[in-house]
Design a binder for this molecule. Structure first.
Ligand code: AMP
Length: 426
């Protein structure tokens, strides 16, 4: 123990679990790479206003969960709570949208939200996401959703459910919003604590759709008769949504229509989706996304209808554990060298270097460890072979090659070691 520990709501990724985490990140990115998405990396902090305008003042993310600070120069910056606003900001700033549409980008990184920590909910977490900017085409919505589905399937997950909805557009959403607002204003919420009721009443006025995804059961019961977006979609939105659904069906993607799915961010329009895993308890969302046709204009850009998603890496790892899926990870150390004495250290250091350069993962005992301690390290490393050499071996021009599974040990000429090891490993 030291005086310090990881900040509340965060955790350190350490070996061997960190290997699985890396593999999950890779697997989540693979479908995007295969579909022509380019990698983008943006700063971990941005102007606070980008998020308050882009994500929405009324969202919990912006109003309660951002890590905001003032720089010495007086600028207000925030650690990014999500990826889409930054990606769009960068694409606009670098004029990517003038070089042919859609602009397809994927990203992977750390995100920060000051949330109440619990299993699966952290203040620092990782996402892998993808965005397709500047095209209004149901095939693009279907492409992204299919990519995410393939990412989960590729990892061996079989219990991820896809929830799908449409949030309408600039034409039909306001009409629906008004109808929903009227309904919500008349709902009896007096059973709530006064503060909670005031909170929800405020939300009804600012962002009534968000009330629909209130997680409290008693609130949900009061919403039973609420008007649904599905019944208010304009003809265009209805046709668009039908196309997305039929493209998904053609791609063999199973989904569940969820007319109350609204998600926590303000900028979504039309297609909205979420991936949930029932083995994760309260924090069941492993990923989500949707279309955000108005976001570019909200942050001062041109009209740029876009669609994207973000998958939570931490929760995907938890989902793998919940399903009992073990990933096949790249082998760590294959050969472990045990030098006994000064000269052997020099010789085996050369051998280990040569093996590594030949593509064989190799390690050795450092710090002048004795035979017993060094062999323990060899076993712990997971290596298939140990190479042991002392003064006498060197004098004879050999080293002992020990098969750590069978325990069998044979002397091998130093000049033959690399070739012999490579043969045995293949
Ligand atoms: P969101 O932008 O809220 O839809 O987040 C996308 C995905 O990121 C979610 O489905 C989660 O898997 C993950 N995620 C969001 N917030 C957290 C958090 N506080 N801790 C861990 N994962 C999170």
């Amino acid at each position: 123990m030291s005086t310090f520990s990881a900040p509340k709501g965060t955790y350190d990724l350490i070996p061997p679990d960190s290997e699985a985490f890396l593999a999950v990140r890779e697997a989540l990115a693979a479908p995007a790479r295969r579909a022509g998405y380019g990698y983008i990396e943006t700063p971990t902090f941005e102007s606070t206003a980008l998020f308050s305008r882009g994500v929405g003042e009324s969202t919990d993310i912006v109003s309660k969960e951002m890590y905001t600070f003032t720089t010495r120069g007086g600028a207000s910056l925030s650690l990014r709570p999500e990826g889409t606003a930054s990606v769009l900001r960068a694409a606009l700033e670098r004029n990517l949208h003038k070089q042919g549409l859609p602009v397809k980008l994927w990203y992977s990184g750390s995100y920060y939200r000051y949330e109440r920590p619990q299993a699966g909910r952290y203040r620092h977490f990782s996402q892998v996401g993808a965005e397709a900017l500047g095209a209004e085409d149901p095939a693009l919505d279907a492409e992204l959703i299919t990519m995410a589905v393939d990412a989960f399937t590729g990892l061996g997950l079989s219990q991820v459910r896809l929830l799908l909805n449409s949030l309408g557009c600039r034409a039909c959403r306001p009409v629906y919003r008004a109808a929903l607002q009227e309904f919500l204003r008349s709902v009896d919420l007096s059973f709530l604590e006064p503060d909670d009721e005031a909170d929800i009443r405020r939300r009804i006025e600012i962002n009534p759709l968000r009330v629909l995804d209130d997680k409290r059961k008693a609130v949900q019961e009061r919403l039973a008769g609420a008007p649904l977006m599905a019944d208010h979609l304009c003809e265009e939105c209805k046709a668009y949504h039908e196309q997305v659904r039929s493209l998904l069906t053609d791609a063999g993607v199973r989904y569940e229509d969820d007319p109350k799915l609204v998600r926590g961010l303000d900028y979504y329009t039309r297609t909205t989706f979420e991936f949930v895993h029932d083995g994760l308890g309260a924090q069941s969302a492993v990923g989500g996304g949707g279309r955000y046709d108005g976001l570019s204009e909200m942050i001062g850009g041109p009209a740029l209808p876009s669609v994207g998603y973000a998958i939570g890496v931490d929760r995907t790892v938890l989902a793998l554990a919940a399903e009992g899926v073990e990933l096949t990870l790249p082998a760590r150390t294959r050969v472990y060298a045990v030098p006994l004495g000064e000269e052997a250290r020099r010789t085996l250091f050369g051998l280990v270097t040569e093996l590594r350069r030949a593509g064989v993962a190799a390690d050795m005992a450092y710090g002048g460890k004795g035979l017993k301690g060094a062999m323990k390290s060899a076993d712990r490393s997971g290596a298939a072979f140990a190479v042991v050499a002392g003064e006498r071996d060197l004098a004879e021009g050999v080293a002992q090659l020990k098969d750590l599974t069978s325990g069998e040990q044979t002397p091998v000429a130093l000049t033959e070691l690399v070739t012999t090891i490579k043969e045995k490993l293949s």
